[in-house]
Every structure is written in structure tokens, then in C-alpha cells.
Design a protein around this ligand. Structure first.
Ligand code: SF4
Length: 335
């Protein structure tokens, strides 16, 4: 029987961060003022091995997890990642293996990821105009390389590819129509994300949020849209289809339309901390159990106890007081 939390939400999704490192410095996630040259990333010995990740994933699957999302930092920086993916797709109960990447390394890795058994792919792309894109990754990385990576992924058989766009007022909302046009042309699914107060370093302000209603108005004024009903319990994005048959878009509106009531996601950091909410301030150390000789039954019992007593619904409770909390950094739990 599926394990449920205190609000009756089943544990279905596991997001696994395989590294805390990234080659971008997006200000809404990893501002370079904080994650600069002096920043101490996790030393190798503290990072879970593929064997440890696979063992934990098997135990999570035993509690009902059927979807695994690989994240980071930037997951493609983790060496031999296809080997991990091949191991995870073989776990009983895991039906959906997906990955979120900034696309910078996708050009040369797409085929290997596909052959390893990855079924779906999400690429973060916040603008098409090179100057805006370089400003939003803050390492002067050219947009062309990411677009080449998306083409390589499409050729490798990933379809549709989801394109995640974080929309920040005064930074890239003007790029929405162009992004929609690009995704319509490539049969990709644009997913617009309301800018969130993740972590405790991005200087988030409510006034910088472009609400879902405004995003829909901007896109709907060009291409009439129609709301779609959720496909499954726990779907993150609200989905809309273009009336002209040009595909669909998604909106992830954590700020203006919280979806905590159907949240089925657990998150594992690269050093084995379990977080039951993206905005949590405290994790639970699973690595100590793994390396301390705990049995599978011991770990499974702890996972069950932790999820069962879960009460998280940060986005429903967000307020001026909560914004300043020392929440886990997004680069550690991968969104
Ligand atoms: S705020 Fe936390 S509980 Fe709510 S949807 Fe996000 S991760 Fe789930």
C-alpha cells in the first residue's frame, strides 16, 4: 500500500541531486556573490556513490516511488551519469526516469543518456536573446550551445522536451512570446515558472514575481489557450493547450497558485540528506545510516516514519516572515 503523509499525500516522486556543483550562476538559484570562487562545494567523499543512490532509490520505490528525477546543481557534471541512470531504470516500480539540465553539456551527452534508459528530459532555458540569456546564467554562456543541445536531444529521441523558463519581472518577461514561438516550432513544451523564494541567497521580492495570470494573458493575447485537466495526482504544472493545435504549455505557479495539497515529492541531496519540501529548513541524514551499517529494513522504516509525519505545505503558508527563513538552497535539492 502506498505510503501517505499527514495530509494523505502519497510518496510518488523522488528528486535526486547528484551534485551540488553547477557551471552556471543563475541569480535566482546560485548567485555568484554567494557561490563565488571561495564557495566550498561538497568534497567527493561526502557525495553518495552510485551504489548508495541506487540502494536508497530501491527503498523509496518500495514505498511507492514510481518517478525519479535526476537533478543537481547541474547533473551532467557528474561523471559517468549514464551508468547511474542505467542502474536506476532497472529498479522494480520505477516507471518514469527524467532529468533536469541547463543544457550546456547536452550536445555531447544526449545519446548516452537516451541509451542508458532516460525516458524524459527537461531543459532550463530562460531566454533566447543571447544577451538576456548570458545575464541570466551570469557566466556569459552562449544560448547557441544550449539550443544545439536541445536539437541533439530531439535527434536522440527525447520528445516532447520540456523547456523550463523562470520568469522574473524586469528581466525576461518580454521574452515570453519568443520562447513560446520557439517551443511551438520545435514541438517542445514551454513551462513558465513563477520566480520563487527558494533557498536564502537570491534576494527574492514578491514584486519581482510575474504571476501566472499575467503570463497567461501575455501568451493568450497571441495564441488563445484552453485549460487542460491534470493527468495525474501531484502534477506540478497547470497545463494549457493552444486552441490552434500548436501544442501545450505549463505554468508552475508556486507563489500565486500553490499546489502543496497534491505534493508527492521527496528530495535527496548529493550528500544523502532527505528533504520533504523544496523550502524546508532541515533535512534528515540518510548517508549516516548507509555508511553506519543500517539494514534496508532500518532505512525503510525511517523513510516510512518521516513521510508519514510529513506536514509540509510551505507555499500555502508563505508570508513576509517565512521568506527570510534559512531554507535549503535550490542548488542542493535541485528544484
Ligand atoms: S512548497 Fe513544499 S509542500 Fe508545497 S508543493 Fe512545494 S515542495 Fe511541495
Amino acid at each position: 500500500m502506498a505510503l501517505t503523509d499527514s495530509l494523505g499525500r502519497p510518496l510518488r516522486d523522488l528528486r535526486i541531486s547528484v551534485t551540488d556543483r553547477c557551471n552556471f550562476r543563475c541569480p535566482y538559484c546560485m548567485p555568484k556573490e554567494v557561490f563565488g570562487r571561495e564557495w566550498a562545494f561538497l568534497p567527493r567523499r561526502e557525495i553518495l556513490s552510485f551504489e548508495e543512490i541506487t540502494r536508497l532509490s530501491r527503498l523509496f520505490a518500495g514505498h511507492g516511488v514510481s518517478k525519479i528525477r535526476i537533478t543537481g546543481g547541474e547533473p551532467l557534471l557528474r561523471r559517468e551519469l549514464p551508468r547511474l541512470i542505467a542502474g536506476l531504470v532497472g529498479i522494480e516500480g520505477v516507471r518514469d526516469m527524467t532529468l533536469t539540465t541547463n543544457g550546456s553539456l547536452l550536445g555531447r551527452m544526449a545519446t548516452g543518456l537516451r541509451s542508458a534508459g532516460l525516458t524524459r528530459l527537461t531543459v532550463s532555458l530562460d531566454a533566447l536573446e543571447d544577451g538576456v540569456f548570458r545575464a541570466m546564467n551570469d557566466v556569459d554562456f552562449p544560448v547557441e550551445r544550449v539550443l544545439e543541445g536541445i536539437s541533439a536531444a530531439a535527434q536522440a529521441g527525447f520528445s516532447p522536451i520540456k523547456i523550463n523558463m523562470v520568469v522574473k519581472r524586469g528581466v525576461n518577461e518580454q521574452a515570453l512570446p519568443e520562447m513560446a514561438r520557439y517551443c511551438r516550432a520545435g514541438a517542445h513544451v514551454l513551462r513558465c515558472i513563477e520566480y520563487m523564494d527558494v533557498g536564502h541567497s537570491n534576494g527574492w521580492r514578491l514584486t519581482d514575481v510575474v504571476p501566472a495570470s499575467e503570463i497567461l494573458a501575455i501568451l493568450g493575447s497571441k495564441w488563445p489557450l484552453e485549460a487542460l485537466t491534470p493527468v495525474y495526482f501531484g502534477e506540478v504544472a497547470s497545463r494549457y493547450r493552444y486552441r490552434d493545435g500548436g501544442g501545450e504549455i505549463g505554468i508552475i505557479a508556486s507563489v500565486t497558485q500553490p499546489f502543496c495539497r497534491t505534493c508527492t515529492r521527496a528530495r535527496l541531496t548529493a550528500d544523502g540528506q532527505l528533504y520533504t519540501c523544496l523550502f524546508a529548513t532541515r533535512g534528515h541524514d540518510l548517508r549516516a545510516l548507509l555508511r553506519g551499517g543500517a539494514s534496508d529494513d532500518d532505512i525503510a522504516a525511517l523513510l516510512s516514519a518521516l513521510w508519514h509525519r510529513r506536514t509540509d505545505r510551505y507555499s500555502e503558508r508563505r508570508s513576509a516572515e517565512t521568506v527570510g527563513l534559512r531554507k535549503v538552497e535550490m542548488s542542493r535539492v535541485g528544484g
